[in-house]
Design a protein around this ligand. Sequence first.
Ligand code: BES
Ligand code: MN
Ligand code: ZN
Length: 494
Amino acid sequence: MKIDLFRGDFVQARTDLLVVGMFEGQKRLQGTAAAVNGALQGALQALIKEQEFKGGRGHTLILHPMGRIPASKVCLIGLGKKKEFTLDRHRRIFSRMVSTARSVNAAQVLCTLFDKTTHHASNEVLSRSATEGILLGGYIFRKYKKKKDQKEVPRKILLFADKAPSATGIRTATIAAEATNFARDLVNEPGNVITPIVLAAEARKLARRGGLTCRIMAEKEIARRGMGAFLGVAQGSTNAPRFIHLTYRPRRGFGGKSIAVVGKGITFDSGGLSLKPAEAMRTMKMDKAGACSVLGVMHALPRLKPNVTVHGIIAAAENMPGGKAQRPDDIVRAMNGKTIEVLNTDAEGRLTLADALTYAVKLKPQRIIDLATLTGACVVALGEYTAGVMGNDKALIDAFLQAADETGERMWPLPFDDNMKQHLKSKVADLKNIGNRWGGAITAGMFLEEFVDKTPWVHVDIAGPAFNEQHWGYNPGGATGVGVRTLLHYITSL
Ligand code: BES
Ligand code: MN
Ligand code: ZN
């Protein structure tokens, strides 16, 4: 899909589908909708009445102009209640618009931006959210299906606004949405296709294309660096682990701002010897979502060119119960010297992240943010659409949550609690890898805190929103690429 600006007479445009909007309970049509209705001699208003169309959010009405205007079809889309209209609803409307265009086989679409948001958003912000809604909502993973099974998305979508839409807005949003879709593609690939070695190859490919530094380490080097917690998880699989370190450096700005983004990269989580039951094991190809979002971020940086050094770090492994698998009761030594008693091999993410975080700390970045499908408990706490945000630095947490809010990704803070620290104490080692029954997302986060030293750090548990079998908003069923847009927005605003 190509998105572009439209300049000219909206009503007289030659297009497959002309899209206008109407707020719920609105007495009379406004703006472009009123103009189109005028050119159609009131036919749109008449159809609204006949169909009892109320302008409910996402409802659509299709009208055939019968030659009264050059457009082949007109779509009126319901915007919902005006005072409830937000930037994210604007984003969702555009996703809805794409599915409507697909269902009527429109190859080229012309659509206005819908103003009157409660944010009084600028044209740049509106253009950005429209572009994201289109590109994210139009995503389909159909690599393994015959093409003819599905309708095509439109080839070209033109955006119109009274004061011309913003080319910059379209461009930055396109980069962010394509990076998100890149992450989605990787997460949607199953565990038999994306092994740690394949994930590392993807990272190297991306680095070559974008001019990033790329360092991939195999077992020998991983062991030499003392990453015993990471290796313990990896040893049960016949698919060898890889440690991935990508770096984006700005042209200027030597000695300037820096960040490390760390992603959980379990290419498949069977639970290991603490094997998951069949139902819980399904969808565990998504356990690499954090890593894929990190790769998504690294994908976008060479195009966005922020003046920040960004390290992308992934400890990639498969958690399997093979003959060499680590056992419950095993004690491993992490890269920072702390010993960990492994009481449950299914709490593997925190073990791989322990060493990835220690590696990140040694790079001395000003801040670290990790993304991980870490705990089912986080899904219980916040539901399947919201990520949990924790960390050791209030200002960093607030800045990150603010970025999330502005991109429409749902994230919410969870509180660390000193009272819970005792649950991570082991009788025989420095730490154990599980807490008690309660607050599992928080104890997991507090476990990670043991490996970030004093570096300002934020942990994002994306177990809920990383992958949903049903579509929601501008997320089609499957992987969502959550975190990519928030991280990019945060990094570019540093
Ligand atoms: N990858 C899972 C967490 C997960 C669960 C992600 C559901 C997405 C959806 C993680 O490795 C895991 O198995 N966590 C355990 C931790 C427990 C053993 C302390 C869990 O949440 O049950
Ligand atoms: Mn697990
Ligand atoms: Zn896992």
